[in-house]
Write a protein that binds this ligand. Structure first.
Ligand code: FAD
Ligand code: SIN
Length: 550
């Protein structure tokens, strides 16, 4: 049985310590008390594993307009042009802010008498070199620097191994339609549920790609924020657009290791086992076509030839170049006896990025008063039907700034944090059948991979829906009867994410961007492109706990 410890009170509760959460905290902490929760260790996040870099216009031959046009084109008619413009215009200042925090990016080595210039990578969909990076471990550099700055700040409290369970909302005279007053979190190291009261709550929980069997994402990516927001009454948009990265290392012992698109940016070729290139058969941009096209092409070849993987070959570049630009990928592959300076890399597509999410406005506000969402968990309108490479970290930085601006305006009008009742598990028991959790985790991820993956069909989607409904009922019963653990909380969120993806995919009767349904293989160009929006009326209430207080 979990104990209920004393409550925490804070001005701003940020759930998530990735690039988005830490940036926002640093932008607020000079004026307000900020508490940041992370489900595991603070640095463990998708941000930490980012490789290619952050897109921003620095090259003299590049322009803001070109970055906007590339983003709109990749998003296949569903990007919000105002949001794209707002984001792209803040590219340079976002990079400058990171440099000021101490992030060390890679610079050109041959700059002669001129000031050193940032080295820029090239990636799919971008018509110019515009990816600012720290070798091939940009995320590690960003996270370690922002964490250091946050640890130094006396107004920031970092709580590790705190797993947010649910948001708490309340109605008051000031907010008759309800507003968020905090959240319950499981302190998993002490097995205690802590009520955390806050004047503002921000979801910065990242994506949901663990819902698929094969993913480039670390274990934290279970879509918790999406599910918390959905239960609290927020609209969720465009969940059918799950991005599969074309090139993850294929090796029985390698767990979710990405081979950056920047490698293709330097001319690496995708090859069949017999050494033949194939991308020219699918798109004139070949290896640098947007990800949906490259991932589908690989999937097609794998199925056509009954092979397990294709190869990626960068060995035309000199070992010195590879060691300088891709030291992390070189070392990781070497651990599996693949020397990328002379050998081809076996690769497969894997779930990588959640383009949909909690619908937010240009200041990162959600539908629930006092609740913001930033980073991968949000659906801002930037990515539309497909995210362009390296636009995600940019989005984290820009919308953390937008949220900071709004929160600084809003906080003076917010009352002090309101007390939240202690968590009550007096009517539930300790489970003696934990196998149910492990089994259901595996089943959800396999169903999603097999039926709701890169290529979908109506039949596959309805099969998936039936199975997910059964799993949801079983997980509901288990959740309501037994004490919580981190695995159970994630499972409860994962099944909701699966349901949201399937419901959204079933609504789209065309193929567009990342959503490909072989029953509607064409894009519908007869009606204006539409976002898929799931509103609280689609919500089937489930997952209440047997308790006196909730
Ligand atoms: P994250 O960085 O994922 O952070 C989420 C945080 O939320 C974590 O701290 C986690 O512990 C916490 N959390 C989650 N649930 C809970 C809960 N219930 N309770 C408490 N805390 C919780 N994008 C680019 O733009 N450029 C790249 O080069 C790039 N490379 C990538 C490479 C890889 C391998 C991967 C996986 C992604 C890459 N991306 C890249 C995408 C990008 O890294 C992510 O979209 C971005 O980092 C998301 O940042 P975030 O702050 O929104 O979430
Ligand atoms: C990569 O380096 O290929 C990942 C870039 C991204 O996801 O934006």
């Amino acid at each position: 049985m979990t104990d209920s410890y004393s409550s925490i009170y804070t001005d701003v509760l940020i759930i998530g310590s990735g690039g988005a959460g830490l940036t926002l905290a640093l932008k607020l902490a000079d004026q307000h008390r900020v508490t940041i929760l992370s489900k595991l260790a603070t640095e463990e996040s998708n941000t930490r594993y980012a490789q290619g870099g952050i897109s921003a216009v620095f090259d003299d031959t590049d322009s803001i307009n070109s970055h906007i046009q590339d983003t709109l084109k990749t998003g296949e008619g569903l990007c919000d042009p105002d949001i794209v413009t707002l984001t792209v215009k803040q590219g340079k200042q976002s990079i400058d802010w990171l440099i000021k925090q101490g992030v060390s990016f890679t610079y050109e080595s041959n700059h002669g008498p001129d000031l050193p210039r940032l080295h820029l990578n090239r990636e799919g969909g971008h018509s110019h070199r515009r990816i600012v990076h720290a070798a091939d471990a940009t995320g590690q550099s960003v996270i370690s620097t922002l964490m250091e700055r946050a640890q130094e700040h006396c107004n920031i409290t970092l709580l590790e191994h705190y797993n947010a369970i649910d948001l708490v909302t309340d109605k008051s005279r000031q907010f008759p339609d309800g507003h968020v007053i905090g959240a319950y979190a499981l302190d998993s190291q002490n097995n205690a549920v802590i009520p955390i009261s806050a004047r503002i709550v921000v979801l910065a929980t990242g994506g949901a790609n663990k819902v698929y069997l094969y993913t480039s994402n670390p274990d934290i990516a279970t879509g918790d924020g999406l599910s918390l927001a959905w239960r609290a009454g927020c609209r969720i948009g465009n969940m059918e657009f799950m991005q599969f990265h074309p090139t993850c290392l294929y090796h029985p012992d390698a767990r979710s290791f990405l081979i950056s698109e920047a490698i293709r940016g330097e001319g690496a070729k995708l090859l069949l086992p017999n050494g033949e290139p194939f991308m020219h058969l699918f798109d004139s941009r070949e290896e640098l076509a947007p990800r949906d096209i490259v991932a589908r092409a690989i999937d097609h070849q794998i199925k056509k030839y009954g092979i397990d993987f294709v190869y990626l070959d960068i060995s035309h570049k000199s070992p010195a170049f590879i060691h300088r630009h891709f030291p992390n990928i070189y070392q990781q592959c070497l651990k599996f006896n693949i020397d990328i300076t002379s050998q081809k890399i076996p690769v497969v597509p894997a779930a990588h990025y959640t383009c949909g999410g909690i619908i937010t406005d240009s200041y990162s506000k959600t539908d629930v008063s006092g609740l913001y969402a930033i980073g991968e968990v949000a659906c801002t309108g930037l990515h539309g039907a497909n995210r362009m490479a390296s636009n995600s970290l940019l989005e984290c930085l820009v919308f953390a700034s937008q949220a900071a601006e709004s929160i600084l305006r809003e906080l003076p009008n917010r009352t002090t944090p309101v007390a939240i009742r202690p968590w009550d598990e007096s009517q539930v028991a300790k489970s003696n059948e934990k196998v149910v959790i492990a089994h259901n985790w595996d089943e959800i991820r396999r169903v999603m991979w097999d039926y709701v993956g890169i290529v979908r069909s109506d039949k596959r989607l309805s099969r998936a829906r039936e199975r997910i409904n059964l799993l949801k009922a079983e997980i509901h019963e288990y959740y309501s009867d037994f004490t919580i653990t981190s695995d159970l909380l994630e499972l409860r969120n994962l099944v909701i994410v699966a349901e949201l993806i399937i419901m959204s995919a079933q609504q789209r009767k065309e193929s567009r961007g990342l959503h490909y349904n072989q029953d509607y293989p064409e894009q519908d160009n007869h009606t204006p492109p539409k976002n898929t929006i799931l509103s609280p009326q689609h919500y089937s209430p489930a997952f209440t706990k047997k308790t006196k207080t909730l």
